[in-house]
Design a protein. Structure first.
Length: 105
């Protein structure tokens, strides 16, 4: 027998899984985590605690551009990965609940 929460999830996910995936809305789910990681990397890099790395960045100014591009790539990767992971988890939970419902019927 399914609980009230499980039945609610079945109804919710049966509607959500047929909808077209909206790229911008789903990208914003993982955006804060990706931005937090990139900000932490930038603060660590610009703090100057590792003198040799600090000298390398000041020696060649094009490295700043490379680091910014890498930061944007990290944010996009984490955002897309977290959305797909959450989608897969919900789909797996939905399939498990359907099997549980069929077995109890």
């Amino acid at each position: 027998m399914l609980t009230k929460n499980e039945e609610d999830f079945l109804r919710y996910w049966s509607d959500q899984r047929t909808r077209k995936k909206q790229f911008y809305r789903k990208l914003s789910i993982g955006l804060p985590l990706g931005a937090l990681i990139v900000v932490a990397i930038m603060v660590n890099m610009l703090s100057g605690w590792y003198k040799k790395a600090d000298m390398e960045i000041h020696r060649d100014s094009s490295l700043v551009l490379v680091v910014l591009i890498a930061g944007i790539a990290i944010i996009i990767f984490i955002s897309v990965f977290s959305v797909r992971h959450k989608w897969d988890q919900n789909e797996l939970h939905y399939q498990e609940l359907l099997q549980k419902k069929d077995q109890s019927a």
